[in-house]
Design a protein around this ligand. Structure first.
Ligand code: AMP
Ligand code: MG
Length: 336
């Protein structure tokens, strides 16, 4: 298939392709999404095929106004109204009970549906011009780092999708916070820019699902199916290293004859004697979030056997970085 490359001024063309049953990668403020009409089962199948995504991994439905929700859910929990008021449009996805109009293909067979109202102007324009809510999982091959630039989408999906809209670099760079609103206390299933503290301030209490921190053991019921799959992985195997700058540099340099590389912070660079890619300043979690997925794509160019990724907790956004990095490292952590 020939993939059309569209500029941000060609949203009408993108909408036309979506209305005709096509699949189109679109920019959002989190990462690029691979969009299709929520009601088009064939287009939804094409998304799973293009990404190589397991069919039980549900999709997030993207809306362009609060009025769209009534056509998607059977009930809007009170706390969801409060969070929508505070954080929408923005990088928050809420899981609510679905209604019968939403095909099971969208929700991986679940009775709930994930909804997000994105802030990015281009994505909002495309959703309104398409005239229907759009499903839009990250526009990458499943298992690869999520795409934060037009080039990342082209590298992964050129020839497999109908079009991609160039909206430049994504402002947030990590996927949305996913929070389940199915019980009285909201539960975070995937951390993102909107933190547990942000949510707690609005609704009084919030829980964080343990799958955010731990590898699923294969026996428990998994609330967020996406969490059980391999994620964000470069081709080079990664180990996550937790420790201060001196210890990290010493550790990495000790292994320098073993064909290794570093995924590090800017501040580590002067002390390293191995090839490296930096993902931002240790003190700036906003830039770490924006850079991480691109850095995870860049590290393969170092052409090393193993990569030691430096992590340090700084603030409430660190959990989102940690969650992606520990999955990229297949839960292999070295604490110094
Ligand atoms: P992505 O589309 O790549 O951003 O991934 C979407 C994430 O949302 C995955 O981790 C899904 O498991 C999760 N998700 C979507 N819908 C639901 C749902 N109804 N219940 C639980 N998790 C969901
Ligand atoms: Mg994804």
């Amino acid at each position: 298939m020939k993939t059309e490359f569209l500029s941000e001024d060609q949203t009408k063309r993108a909408a036309e392709i979506l209305k005709g049953g096509g699949i189109v990668a679109i920019p959002t403020e989190t990462v690029y999404g691979l969009a299709a009409s929520v009601y088009d089962k064939n287009a939804i199948k094409a998304i799973f095929k293009a990404k190589g995504r397991p069919s039980d991994n549900p999709l997030i439905v993207h809306i362009s106004g609060l009025e769209d929700i009534e056509n998607i859910v059977s009930k809007i929990p009170e706390n969801a109204k409060k969070l929508a008021e505070k954080f929408w449009p923005g990088p928050l996805t809420m899981i609510m009970p679905k209604n019968s109009k939403i095909p099971k293909e969208v929700t991986g067979g679940l009775d709930s549906v994930a909804i997000r109202y994105p802030a990015n102007e281009i994505s909002r324009r495309i959703i309104s011009q398409a005239g229907v809510p759009l499903v839009a999982p990250s526009a990458n091959i499943s298992g690869r780092p999520s795409p934060t630039k037009f080039e990342h989408v082209v590298n992964d999906l050129n020839g497999k999708i109908n079009a991609v809209v160039d909206g430049g670099e994504c402002a947030v760079g990590l996927e949305s916070t996913v929070v389940s609103m199915l019980s009285d206390i909201p539960k975070i299933l995937r951390p993102g820019k909107i933190s547990a503290e942000d949510i707690k301030k609005v609704v009084g209490a919030v829980e964080i699902d343990k799958s955010v921190f731990e590898k699923p053991n294969g026996f428990e019921k998994i609330l967020s199916p996406g969490m059980k799959y391999k994620h964000y992985s470069p081709k080079t195997p990664i180990k996550m290293v937790i420790g201060d700058a001196c210890k990290y540099a010493e550790f990495v340099n000790t292994h320098r004859n073993e064909d290794i590389g570093a995924l590090c912070f800017d501040e580590d660079i002067p002390f390293l004697k191995v090839p490296y890619v930096s993902y931002g300043s240790v003190y700036d979690t906003i830039s770490q979030s924006r850079n991480l997925f691109e850095a995870l794509r860049e590290v393969d160019k170092l052409d090393v056997k193993i990569l030691y990724a430096h992590y340090k907790e700084i603030d409430s956004l660190s959990l989102a970085v940690y969650n992606r990095l520990i999955r990229a490292a297949a839960f292999c952590v070295i604490s110094l």
